[in-house]
Design a protein around this ligand. Structure first.
Ligand code: PEP
Length: 264
């Protein structure tokens, strides 16, 4: 029998630096058709895509013109509103493009671009200021796992990211173990649940019980159609942030429709 989840699950596709604006239009159109053909109920499982910045205007135009029930967002945002910050993108610009979400603190930003927990916190505040829902990514490396166990680093990262936010903050948290991203080796559903539970406690501590109860915590790291069901059965895992598999329409649709093909 289907169990009604406490929060509306969110399946989010992080395209990373893949698909130009023309490919994005074709991809989003096909994804929407594929889900429509399958009678996907977007109110039951929300779907969001995170294209590169240069695709966002095209995706906005398509979503608006065809009234597609897909959400979209950017993969990063500047902590600043405007000014001499070459290469940066303001949250104000993303809001103008009707982005609902923005990914912040992805492990590739943290490791390849040296983003500290403090920069992540400033970006979270900037996103909220511009009415964007930050998808705050946290996760431990293989080395952290060995040295500190699984939850210590993501818990500390989230604590810093939420410091100073008001209790009305609308956020999504993505637990993404760095060792699981793109490796083909996902965490187990139980590992994801244990960390999600601790992350929810951090949210309760920082922003109050009400925000903790309504905040969606996603798992990310080598999610596929074959393993999504296990994660979605966990009470504190409310969806997935999907990298590689979100670029394959059949696979991504199948992940989104996990309730149908696994009988949840
Ligand atoms: C990601 O980059 O956020 C991610 C989870 O990647 P993948 O699904 O490819 O592991």
């Amino acid at each position: 029998m289907a169990v009604t989840p406490a929060r509306t699950p969110l399946i989010a596709g992080n395209w990373k630096m893949n698909l130009d604006h023309l490919q994005a239009i074709a991809f989003v159109q096909k994804l929407a058709w594929s889900l429509k053909d399958a009678d996907h109920d977007f109110a039951t499982v929300e779907v969001a895509v995170f294209p590169p910045f240069t695709d966002l205007r095209s995706v906005q135009t398509l979503v608006a013109a065809d009234k597609l029930p897909l959400a979209y967002g950017a993969q990063d945002v500047s902590e600043h509103d405007s000014g001499a910050y070459t290469g940066e993108i303001s949250g104000a610009f993303l809001s103008q493009l009707e982005c609902q979400y923005v990914i912040i603190g992805h492990s590739e930003r943290r490791t390849l671009h040296g983003e500290s927990d403090e920069v992540v916190a400033a970006k979270v505040a900037a996103a909220l200021k511009h009415n964007l829902v930050p998808v705050i990514c946290v996760g431990e490396s293989a080395e952290d796992l060995e040295l500190h166990g699984q939850a210590a680093v993501p818990v500390a990262q989230l604590r810093t990211a939420l410091a100073g936010l008001g209790s009305a903050a609308d956020i999504v948290v993505a637990y993404e173990p760095v060792w699981a991203i793109g490796s083909g080796q996902a965490a187990t559903p139980d590992q994801a649940e244990q960390v999600a539970l601790q992350l929810r406690a951090v949210i309760a501590d920082s922003l109050g019980q009400d925000v903790a109860a309504k905040t969606r915590i996603l798992y990310g790291g080598s999610v596929k159609s074959g393993n999504i069901a296990g994660f979605m059965r966990e009470p504190n895992v409310d969806g997935a942030l999907v990298g590689g598999a979100s670029l394959d329409i059949t696979e991504f649709s199948s992940i989104i429709r996990y309730q149908k093909h696994v009988g949840l």
